[in-house]
Design a protein around this ligand. Structure first.
Ligand code: HEM
Length: 376
């Protein structure tokens, strides 16, 4: 367990660990198994001769972004020239019809991506991931932002979705400036919240969906998956990503290939050899969401995904966790083949989120009582 004051010495807390009360949460398959795990030092995509050149080049190019600030200062008031509105707004329909599956994939992506070392520092530095109550606020707020982006119009300056994404871009900028120094003091190496970190976070949101759509009950067409990719390309753009570092600027095959490379060379090794604080954060995120989603546990989620990722599941599972795991298998593997069950689970999740938003204090109190407040 991580005490409240545990923050990597490299990163100073830049806001109090009481989180940020101004949170805007007012109401607000490619089921083919990934290749066997590469050794954690297999960082060079060139080491994989079977990859097409274009993909090797793509991952290399993304990695160059590790030295570049995450926000390229592109204008936030105009859509990108490559925007295909029809495909972008089709993501809204897909989200509406598959809310449960998409929410679950995003949550899984987030609980996994915090294992990548470059993510942990900036997240810890703000104090908003300092304990279970903070994590509850932080990730409920994230859910609300992301839902607005799907449901609204991020390119229309008068739309709440645009205001929300601009606000998040501002949050990233403040954290990055605080850690890196301002652009004038940081000319070359800007390690925190880099363009590559942005691409890795895009992976957290869209990577698992396109690598394993059926595993999360998404039985949709190739075109639909490409609409989701296009949507996340637009999100990346609006958050200040440069086109060449955007994970999502290819078609389905290209994006799947580069996501598989990220899985092999970044995610799997990081999850296999986790830092102490990443594990705590990962567990804390799921525990916080479990306050309003029954049968959700870190162990069940981890087993559900580790098996898919060819990772060992060497953690104990109690009856509650095993039940949760088998329910996940049954729900995503069987029930969600049918549209009526999508509707049913979408409905249940909407109610649960609404309840969590309306009774935040109740859930925060519950978490504070049931988990040591000073520990994640
Ligand atoms: C596509 C890329 C990304 C998306 C979609 C995204 C999404 C979000 C969202 C929705 C919020 C608002 C959370 C809230 O209201 O509390 C947020 C805040 C934040 N994000 Fe990101 N993010 C991305 C990339 C990153 C990266 C690469 C980092 C750092 C390595 C990062 C670190 C943070 C931090 C520190 C905050 C402020 C809230 C806190 O203290 O945790 N984000 N992000």
């Amino acid at each position: 367990m991580i005490p409240l004051n545990f923050i990597s010495s490299r990163y100073k807390v830049i806001s109090t660990p009481s989180c940020h009360p101004q949170l805007p949460i007012e109401d607000l398959d490619h089921t083919e198994k990934p290749r066997a795990g590469l050794p954690s030092n297999a960082m060079s995509p060139n080491a994989k001769p079977e990859e097409p050149d274009a993909v090797v080049g793509k991952l290399d190019e993304l990695r160059e972004g590790a030295e570049v600030r995450g926000d390229c200062e592109s204008p936030a008031d105009q859509p990108p020239p490559w925007l295909d509105k029809e495909r972008f707004y089709r993501a809204r329909e897909i989200f509406k019809n598959h809310f449960f599956s998409i929410f679950f994939s995003h949550l899984a992506g987030l609980m996994l991506i915090v294992h990548i070392p470059s993510m942990t520092g900036p997240l810890m530095s703000t104090g908003n991931s300092a304990n279970i109550v903070c994590l509850f606020r932080r990730y409920l707020s994230t859910l609300v932002h992301i839902r607005r982006w799907y449901e609204g119009d991020i390119f229309n300056p008068d739309d709440p979705a645009h205001q929300s994404i601009t606000m998040v871009r501002g949050m990233h900028k403040r954290v990055a400036d605080k850690i890196n120094g301002t652009p004038s003091t940081c000319r070359r190496r800007c390690p925190a919240v880099s363009q590559y970190d942005m691409a890795l976070t895009q992976f957290a949101f869209v990577g698992l969906i396109i690598l394993h759509p059926k595993h999360v009950g998404l039985h949709c067409s190739k075109e639909d998956l490409e609409c989701l990719i296009h949507f996340w390309r637009g999100i990346g753009y609006m958050l200040g990503m440069e086109d060449r570092y955007n994970l999502c600027n290819g078609n389905l095959e290209e994006t799947v290939a580069v996501c598989r490379d990220i899985m092999d060379s970044e995610l799997r090794p990081s999850v296999q050899k986790p830092q102490k604080e990443s594990t705590s954060m990962s567990r804390g995120i799921v525990k916080a969401m479990n306050s309003f989603i029954i049968f959700l546990s870190w162990e069940a989620m981890a087993r559900f995904w580790y098996e898919q990722m060819d990772l060992p599941c060497d953690f104990p599972m109690g009856i509650y966790e095993s039940t949760g795991y088998w329910l996940m298998r049954f729900t995503f593997g069987w029930l969600l083949r049918f549209r009526m069950f999508h509707r049913f689970f979408n409905f249940l999740l909407r109610i649960a989120v609404k309840q969590a938003l309306n009774s935040k204090e109740y859930y925060e109190g519950y978490l504070a009582r049931n988990h040591n407040i000073t520990n994640v």
